[in-house]
Design a protein around this ligand. Structure first.
Ligand code: HAM
Length: 461
């Protein structure tokens, strides 16, 4: 008789346990993509602080808010940001979608704003059309502090006007933004001329760098033919040293470009805005003409890697994507980098209002009453903390202490029967009985008194 073999099977209990645990194990394998970040509640005050200021300045300077899609046709960025730029060559998240269209997660927003300007016939509006935005952008680069694969920018664009006062006012707006959020920055300004004057300059520039070819990194050797202007802002030590003595573009500007630049600087001077003329400032996107500028942290000599923002004029961009010739200028700033600076410099920012009181309950009926009380306080603008799911008064009061509230409202079975509540002064522990129908007014009165003690009109000497 063949020997009976027993296949080991899982007990029902084990199978049920495995099934329960399976999703947990699967979830454990999933993690945040490299270069991406969750923005958690503790940090949101920083984000809201920045968004509020962006909107405030947008409205003050006459900019309307625009939101463009995160996904755009890949060609939009190839034609504007430039095929030979690091962004398009190495950093874009591009893919073919289900409709066989080549699409890209936007690495920046100027091209999209320009596309929207054409598509919505903004050319027919009174010019300049001024637009501001904020949102997420995507660049597949090597993540490090202040450099992410998904990052957030805000920006301002003024389209349809070539007057130098536009450039100066944009720089002033950037300057105001940082001044008003309390960060010291340094403004770097340059002009890279128009394609006509740049052609002469590029010849001189390439000749200069060719004579120093042996000192250049491999990327720069390629740039000699592909994108010579970028030779000026390579971060490699050897290349940076060569760039120091390179011919400066301002010496090669045509008369109109020079005049435009001089007038931009005159407007900046008249607004008493301090800037640093930086002949190496060429920016990493191909669409710029004439004015370029960057905002650097005040620590000074930091290279553009940690620049807080940048922008300039882009008079040919709209024509490049099928619009009429339309001069324009703008800038964008990196929000994560600004928040890093705000934290490093310990700048005070407005915080979300904390609870002023705490509502604690004991018993089924009291809990029901307390949910209603919470709404009454909310209606009167009094922020209440609570932990309604807890049964223990001790647990609830220790949460109240952790929240740092001044008063706790306590409702137990006795109070329900009497139609009262207890108001507890959290500092000295003294409790008083108050009619439940008068509790809101009573709390208002007491908070007003406590706040007066905290911040008297006249400092006590
Ligand atoms: P951009 O210089 O490429 O210019 O980016 C502007 C700012 O975005 C940078 O100064 C930096 O603060 C931030 N940023 C860029 N890449 C990253 C990253 N990987 N991680 C974190 N922050 C980053 C533009 O995007 C142009 N569209 C600006 C502009 C507007 N020019 C005219 N109008």
């Amino acid at each position: 008789m063949p020997k009976k073999t027993f296949k080991k099977t899982k007990s029902n209990q084990q199978a049920a346990k495995d099934e329960l645990e399976e999703p947990r194990n699967k979830a454990a394998q999933l993690h945040l993509l490299k270069g991406m970040k969750d923005i958690l509640p503790d940090d949101q005050d920083y984000w809201n602080f920045i968004y509020d200021k962006v909107r405030e300045l947008g409205h003050d300077y006459g900019y309307g808010q625009i939101a463009t899609p995160i996904l755009e046709p890949t060609n939009l960025f190839i034609r504007t940001v430039g095929k030979e730029t690091d962004i398009v060559e190495k950093e874009v998240y591009s893919f073919i979608d289900k409709g066989e269209e080549d699409v890209t997660l936007r690495p920046e927003n100027t091209a999209s704003v320009a596309r929207a300007y054409i598509e919505h016939g903004f050319v027919a509006k009174s010019q300049p059309v001024k637009l501001f935005y904020y949102g997420p952008f995507f660049r597949y680069n090597r993540p490090q502090s202040g450099r992410y694969r998904q990052f957030f920018q805000f920006g301002y664009e003024a389209l349809g006007e070539d007057h130098p006062v536009i450039d100066a006012q944009l720089i002033a707006l950037a300057h105001k933004f940082f001044q008003e959020i309390g960060l010291k920055v340094s403004l770097q300004v340059n002009s890279i001329g128009c394609p006509a004057c740049r052609e002469n300059y590029l010849q001189v520039l390439v000749n200069y760098f060719r004579s120093k070819r042996k000192n250049l990194c491999d990327d720069c050797k390629r740039r000699l033919t592909k994108n010579p202007l970028r030779l000026l802002d390579c971060k490699e030590a050897g290349c940076a040293e060569v760039a120091q003595d390179a011919p400066q573009i301002v010496d090669y500007l045509c008369e109109e470009c020079r005049d435009h630049f001089v007038r931009v600087l005159e407007y900046l001077d008249s607004m008493e805005i301090t800037y640093n003329l930086n002949p190496q400032l060429v920016r990493g996107l191909d669409y710029y003409t004439r004015t370029t500028f960057e905002i650097w942290p005040d620590s000074g000599e930091t290279a553009s890697q940690s620049s807080l923002g940048g922008g300039g004029r882009y008079d040919n961009l709209i024509e490049l994507i099928g619009g009429r010739p339309t001069p324009a200028a703008g800038f964008a700033c990196g929000i994560e980098r600004i928040i890093i600076q705000l934290k490093e410099k310990a700048i005070d920012i407005p915080r979300t209002k904390k609870p002023e009181i705490f509502i604690a309950q004991l018993g089924v009926t009291a809990r029901k009453e307390c949910i209603k009380l919470f709404e009454q306080f909310r209606k009167e603008g009094i922020k209440a903390g609570e932990d309604f799911a807890k049964d223990s008064i001790k647990d609830q009061l220790s949460r109240a202490s952790r929240l740092g509230v001044k008063l706790a409202i306590i409702l137990g079975q006795k109070e329900i029967l009497d139609g009262t509540v207890l108001i507890r002064d959290m500092e000295n522990g003294i409790q008083e009985v108050v009619d439940i129908n008068k509790v809101v007014q009573e709390v208002q009165k007491r908070l007003a008194k406590l706040n007066e003690i905290d911040s008297p009109d006249q400092p006590i000497s």
